[in-house]
Design a binder for this molecule. Structure first.
Ligand SMILES: Nc1nc2c(ncn2[C@@H]2O[C@H](COP(=O)(O)OP(=O)(O)OP(=O)(O)O)[C@@H](O)[C@H]2O)c(=O)[nH]1
Ligand SMILES: [Mg+2]
Length: 356
């Protein structure tokens, strides 16, 4: 799928461009040869009772606390609502529309980052891509719920809601802050490492889950450009810090995103800077949509081929039945003819005998 066109070179941000553009990182099959052996060995306990294919109606954005989910979702919405790119997104209701745009406005007008998300919030969106429409349900949830659901495997209303949300994923975007992966404490990194592996095993273990596109999105690449470059850019970084996840999801695509640039204000605080454009924002979603549409096309082609085969078999069966009944008809005609000839012969013999 085509990534967004590269922006013109900007010497001041060249490092960022190098990282942001390194987004088509199909991790080669050869590198993942041993992945299959561990990927599905130990299915998530939540999968045990689920043997029917779930209804898949959503693009799931997952991430630990402060991974950048709220900012990513709101900026993505703003750009795809206002812009004229390949992806168009429209909220199903005015409340969701205002909620998402007001987060962006808050950053733009008041140079304030949004507060940590307090509770689960559903976002019903309508996505148009390459002339196809997809209904997309998203969930902006507090990052701690992710830890409770997939690291501590706690059961409460919020974790059940998140697990059900993940179960119905048509595509998954895994948001991770590279700084947490590289320098975070064990507990923090466990969300992205252990938690993500459990969540993705769960997705893969569901019926049809092996077809769900999953991408890794490294966030805040404006701030993390040096860190990523130091560890071999997106591919090298993902190999180094997300090796378990990459084994669980062979061929995992890695994208780098900067939803909102930051800068230092007069007081030296890091504040959002929306005057500069985001980087690689729609790439992960476009990739997932392209995979989803492609597999929908494949399914439609398969269904059409199956229908054609069924029709041909039905017609062959009908022809065979007709042939059999026509064979029976001529057999009876022959029998009757022979019987008639025999009867005429016998009658003639009887008449001849009687006349002597
Ligand atoms: N420089 C930069 N910082 C970002 C970006 N996205 C997020 N941040 C920073 O990361 C912080 C957390 O972002 P959020 O979007 O609120 O994270 P979240 O995943 O929704 O966090 P919870 O609601 O706590 O789960 C923000 O306050 C910003 O400081 C980005 O694209 N660039
Ligand atoms: Mg949030």
């Amino acid at each position: 799928m085509a990534a967004p066109p590269p922006p013109p070179p900007d010497p001041a941000t060249d490092g960022e461009r190098l990282v942001a553009d390194d987004d088509s990182l199909d991790l080669g099959v050869d590198e993942m040869l041993d992945a299959g052996s561990t990927a599905m060995a130990d299915p998530h306990p939540m999968a045990a009772s689920l043997d029917a294919a779930p209804q898949r109606d959503r693009v799931v954005v997952l991430g630990r606390t402060r991974a950048g989910k709220t900012i990513y979702l709101s900026r993505l919405y703003e750009q795809c609502w206002k812009g004229d790119g390949a992806v168009r997104i429209e909220a199903h209701d005015g409340k969701t529309h205002l909620h998402l745009l007001s987060i962006v406005e808050e950053m733009q007008e008041h140079r304030r980052w949004p507060a940590a998300t307090g509770g689960n919030r559903w976002l019903d969106l309508h996505v148009t891509y390459r002339g196809q429409s997809v209904t997309m349900v998203s969930l902006d949830y507090p990052g701690e719920v992710f830890r409770k659901a997939f690291v501590e495997q706690e059961e409460n209303e919020d974790t059940r809601e998140l697990v059900d949300h993940v179960r119905r994923a048509a595509a998954v975007l895994l948001l991770m802050d590279p700084k947490v992966l590289a320098t975070g404490r064990v507990g923090e990194a466990a969300d992205d490492d252990f938690g993500m592996v459990q969540a993705m095993r769960y997705v893969r273990s569901l019926p049809g889950g092996d077809q769900v596109p999953i991408v890794l999105v490294l966030t805040k690449i404006d701030e993390n450009a040096d860190l990523l470059r130091h560890h071999g850019k997106l591919r090298g970084f993902a190999h180094k810090f997300c090796s378990n996840l990459m084994r669980t999801v062979p061929g995992l695509r890695v994208f780098g995103v900067c939803a909102v640039r930051s800068r230092r204000d007069a007081l030296g605080r890091v504040v959002p800077d929306l005057d500069r454009p985001p980087r690689g924002l729609t790439g992960p979603l476009e990739h997932c949509l392209a995979v989803m549409l492609e597999s929908k096309l494949v399914q439609q082609r398969r269904a059409a081929a199956q229908a054609m085969q069924d029709r041909m078999q039905r017609e062959e069966r009908l022809a065979a039945v007709e042939e059999r009944s026509s064979d029976r008809f001529w057999m009876w005609v022959n029998i009757l003819l022979v019987a008639g000839v025999v009867a005429v012969g016998v009658l003639a013999w009887v008449v001849v005998r009687a006349s002597r």
